[in-house]
Design a protein around this ligand. Structure first.
Ligand code: ADP
Length: 327
């Protein structure tokens, strides 16, 4: 097939064109164009039918059809053009995020390596003050690497390129491992953690690293949005065909009007901004995409100034699941 013909056919592949724009199908100009065309034709036919069934003279009917089709065509044109502009801007923004985060990753990793080299004393002994400043730089560096990794994950999710390695695993093990990794951080936040785990939990089917990221994000949020001295209760229970992870804090809570946007990317509730708690608004967006891609569900309930309860649940590993993995 000639290259030109392929490009011509690609123009009609609405699904792939909308995927490139990374917008929902009903926001995609390639979908809206035929829809507006259909509405215009429908408008013309209806006007024609109404005209002749009301015995209006053919000349006036023709003028009415012409008028209606011109109006519908103009409205359609403006709608499609506006969505085209929005979709193109969205694509440019996504490409920018992806390129910028790829470019930032290498220098940040090499900076991490250099800072650890210096802090280990491999380039000579350091004084306390030097260590202190280098440690601060190391923490900022880790923070920036996390942010860049989150941005890369967002690009992958939007491009539909997020890979999952699903295996049967114990959610209890993942949670205890994450809590160990976060022990120092939790201490520094001045919150106490309580862990309640149902005995004899079945294994779930999921991607270990992605689940760990979700657990980390929910615990990190509970700790950072708790007021100092607060208590966070973590529990893992079996809920029908799912194993459910819960985090309950008694912190800032989420105002009612902010609740519907909480899983959108870059979204942060006003009350958290006013307490100047650091964050990017990406963690929950990534967590939801990953949990849903594993066949699970995620949600929360929260009351402002009284705390939040976040949870996710993952399907129990069934023999059918194992069978699918072996295929
Ligand atoms: P980040 O915490 O980096 O801003 P997230 O995507 O993890 O990003 O969370 C999005 C927003 O949801 C937060 O900015 C905050 O406004 C709100 N939020 C999440 N978890 C909690 C919580 N446990 N208590 C209060 N607000 C929360």
């Amino acid at each position: 097939m000639s290259k030109l013909l392929k490009i011509f056919i690609q123009q009609f592949n609405i699904v792939s064109a909308c995927k490139n724009y990374r917008v929902k199908i009903w926001q995609c100009p390639n979908f809206l164009f035929p829809v507006m065309g259909f509405i215009t034709i429908l408008g013309m036919l209806t006007t024609y039918y109404l005209g002749i069934s009301n015995d209006i003279d053919p000349y006036t009917v023709a003028l009415m059809v012409l008028g209606i089709s011109t109006i519908l065509f103009l409205i359609g044109h403006f709608i499609v053009a506006s969505f085209q502009m929005l979709a193109e801007t969205n694509q440019i923004k996504s490409d920018f995020i992806s390129i910028a985060s790829h470019q930032l990753r290498a220098p940040l990793s090499s900076l991490k390596w250099s800072l650890e080299f210096l802090l280990d004393g491999r380039a000579g002994e350091l004084g306390d003050q030097q260590k202190h400043y280098l440690e601060m730089s190391r923490q900022d560096n880790v923070h920036m690497i996390t942010l860049v990794n989150n941005l890369l994950d967002v690009s992958r999710i939007e491009a539909g390129l997020m890979d999952l390695v699903k295996r049967p695993l114990s959610l209890k093990d993942v949670v205890t491992e994450t809590l160990n990794d976060l022990a120092e951080y939790i201490k520094s936040q001045n919150v106490t953690m309580e862990l309640k785990i149902d005995g004899d939990l079945p294994e779930v089917l999921g991607d270990r690293e992605k689940i760990k990221m979700c657990v980390q994000n929910l615990i990190d949020n509970a700790a950072k949005y708790s007021l100092a001295g607060g208590k966070v209760v973590i529990s893992i229970i079996q809920n029908k065909k799912f194993v459910e992870f819960n985090v309950q804090d008694g912190g800032l809570g989420i105002p009612k009007k902010a609740q519907k946007g909480i899983f959108q990317k870059f979204y942060r509730a006003e009350n958290t901004k006013s307490y100047s708690v650091n964050g990017s608004g990406l963690g929950l967006f990534i967590a939801r995409s990953n949990i849903e891609a594993m066949g699970g569900q995620i949600g929360f309930d929260s009351t402002e100034n009284h705390g939040s309860h976040f949870w996710f649940k993952l399907p129990i590993n069934s023999p059918a699941g194992e069978l699918n993995l072996k295929k």
